[in-house]
Ligand binder design. Structure first.
Ligand code: NDP
Length: 333
């Protein structure tokens, strides 16, 4: 079996030398365990934070140990009565082609109507994150104006679509014309800003939302947060989901210069970590399956082939190389 380990802790933007591909003997599942041949794995921006040796909401990756993350695969050997060979499962032991997983840590998935890798995207953690952010954190209401950053990404693209389904006016920001075109034409987002070509983002957002925004779904931080503060209506809610613009920062990034607007406009800024909101999973899966079946939620994916290319797929997230969910294909069913 092969796995990707953290070889050294990156400073700034990681590079290939921070990772190593290692071959190890294939294990046999003990009682209560299953052996899964992984077919797809996810790379996610939050993994950058786990490469830093610090106390956080999730423990840091250890040097010399395999990285971890969401994956889906097929059970090839089972030591647990709840699973049999051939079952498709999602679990948390990605970054390796074979995973020994505690049965309690695996969830059976149904890939008959929806492809297995969707459970790493719109039907998985990214989709749930968008749902929780809008429904529970922002308490979005019909008729409101929502600004979503990284709007063609895994979380952002679902957030933009749930906001539309819920009757909001949606403004998205993205880093390419191709992404902007898809949001406008295929998704029906009301206004799109290409932050790489728009010039002053604060001005661009003010033009796209002349009456201001009620909700900001922040995936980016930095100047996006600054611009959203400047366009916030009184009592607007800010969903602090992620701040990818600062994950590779070597020195502490500057705070939003206009944060006093949070006071003067009575804003509510609330962060969240999706692991604390899994209670909404059944509601989410129920609604999302219907939206997908009715073609009301669409998605894109960027597929990188082969475990050995997983580090590059991960790094691609910081270069905006993914259109929708960034996935690594490890094998076929
Ligand atoms: P995405 O699929 O959105 O991929 C990242 C995207 O971010 C890139 O494609 C790129 O798109 C954009 N980006 C990268 N660097 C920058 C930058 N410097 N400035 C602006 N945009 C940038 O990733 P996810 O959907 O998986 O994650 C989105 C956000 O949600 C992340 O911040 C992540 O940490 C967070 N998250 C939080 C969770 C939680 O529990 N709170 C759970 C899951 C995700 P473009 O081409 O448009 O620039």
């Amino acid at each position: 079996a092969r796995e990707i380990r953290l070889k050294s802790r990156p400073s700034g933007l990681p590079d290939a030398a921070n990772f190593e591909l290692v071959t190890r003997p294939l294990e046999t599942p003990a009682a209560g365990q299953i052996l899964v041949r992984n077919l797809w794995m996810s790379v996610d921006p939050y993994m950058r934070g786990r490469m830093i040796d610090r106390k956080s909401y999730i423990p840091p990756f250890q040097i010399g140990a395999a990285l971890e993350g969401s994956a889906v695969g097929v059970v090839v050997q089972s030591g647990d009565a709840g699973f049999k060979e051939g079952d498709m499962v999602s679990h948390f032991a990605g970054w390796r082609d074979h995973a020994l997983v505690a049965a309690a840590g695996a969830t059976r998935i149904d890939d008959r109507k929806i492809p297995a890798q969707a459970y790493l995207g719109p039907l998985g953690i990214p989709g749930l994150t968008a749902y929780v952010g809008l429904m529970r954190i922002a308490e979005l209401k019909a008729g409101e104006t929502v600004f979503v950053s990284a709007a063609a990404g895994a979380v952002g693209s679902v957030a933009a679509q749930i906001a539309k389904i819920r009757g909001a006016r949606v403004i998205g920001s993205v880093g390419s014309e191709e992404k902007a075109g898809w949001l406008r034409d295929a998704i029906g987002v009301d206004a799109v800003i290409n932050y790489k070509t728009s010039g002053d983002l604060t001005k661009a957002l003010a033009e796209a939302a002349p009456e201001g925004i009620d909700v900001y779904f922040d995936n980016v931080g930095g100047d996006h947060l600054d611009a959203a503060l400047a366009s916030a209506k009184g009592f607007a809610r800010f969903v602090l989901c992620g701040m990818i613009a600062q994950y590779n920062a070597e020195t502490p990034p500057p705070g939003p210069r206009n944060i006093f607007l949070a006071v003067s406009r009575s804003l509510k800024l609330q962060g969240f970590i999706i692991g604390s909101h899994f209670d909404l999973m059944p509601d989410f899966l129920g609604e999302m399956s219907q939206w997908i079946a009715a073609d009301r939620v669409k998605w894109r994916e960027t597929v990188v082939e082969g475990l050995e290319n997983a580090p590059d797929a991960f790094l691609g997230l910081f270069r905006g190389e993914n259109f929708g969910k960034m996935l690594v294909r490890l094998g076929a069913k």
